[in-house]
Ligand binder design. Structure first.
Ligand SMILES: Nc1ncnc2c1ncn2[C@@H]1O[C@H](COP(=O)(O)OP(=O)(O)OP(=O)(O)O)[C@@H](O)[C@H]1O
Length: 211
């Protein structure tokens, strides 16, 4: 099967009567990484939410494999992994419990696979600890462990490096680049300058397109 591709066609976004961007066209496919950059409030998270089908555009359209996202909800759910600005985990659940139910949305994972993924993100020994007792960076790592659990090909990540230490940043950069090198797709926002970029890397600066 060919890799999925995502398009924005003449996309405009207005929030609270403020036009964030307009006439935005882009196409991203397997093997590519798009870093959405720009100042605070320029619309980076809004663009990611539009591309993930979590928000409706003011004008224009988002397409998956050449067809409107609206008609592709099932396909989108099968192909997309969205990790938002917050770690996206529940504090009262343990790391293992959080990943068990998050994975159930896509592809149920075994306990062994979850423990292995937690080890990959440096959380060996923290599997059965309630997440509210973990540090901010550790909580972020629990959420990011999903990227090691048979994830779908399209990753849309809002500020995934937040709260990570240097080693965590380097490890995540490598993992994202490897995902693209294997034919996966990454769209993300970050204010961080990436040291490890795959061949298919490009940047979209919303600050330079301000409406
Ligand atoms: N739920 C909301 N309702 C109304 N307006 C919103 C909402 N969320 C964001 N906005 C507005 O949309 C604009 C863009 O917000 P957005 O979060 O997309 O920016 P951003 O570029 O991701 O910013 P940051 O770098 O601070 O994360 C801001 O002016 C914000 O006030």
């Amino acid at each position: 099967m060919s890799s999925p591709f995502l398009e924005a066609v003449a996309l405009s976004c207005e929030r609270d009567w403020r036009l964030l961007f307009e006439h935005l066209d882009l196409r991203i496919t397997g093997g590519e990484m798009l870093q959405v950059a720009g100042p605070n409030g320029s619309g980076k998270t809004s663009l990611l939410r539009l591309l993930s089908g979590l928000m409706q555009p003011t004008a224009g359209e988002v397409r998956l494999n050449g067809r409107s996202l609206e008609s592709q909800r099932g396909e989108l759910a099968r192909n997309l992994l969205w990790i938002g600005h917050s770690a996206g985990i529940k504090g009262l659940l343990t790391a293992e419990e959080n990943l068990t139910w998050l994975c159930a949305l896509h592809q149920p994972a075994t306990r062994e696979a979850i423990w292995q993924a937690l080890a990959e993100v440096g959380l060996r020994g923290f599997e059965d600890v309630p997440c509210h007792t973990l540090s901010a960076g550790q909580q972020r790592r629990v959420g990011l462990a999903r990227l090691h659990l048979s994830p779908p090909p399209m990753w849309i990540l809002d500020e995934p490096f937040t709260a990570l230490d240097k080693q965590g940043v380097a490890q995540l950069e490598r993992h994202l680049a490897e995902h693209c090198e294997r034919g996966g797709m990454v769209v993300m926002t970050t204010h961080h300058t990436l040291g490890d970029r795959p061949a298919g890397y490009r940047e979209l600066d919303l600050g330079q397109r301000a409406a």
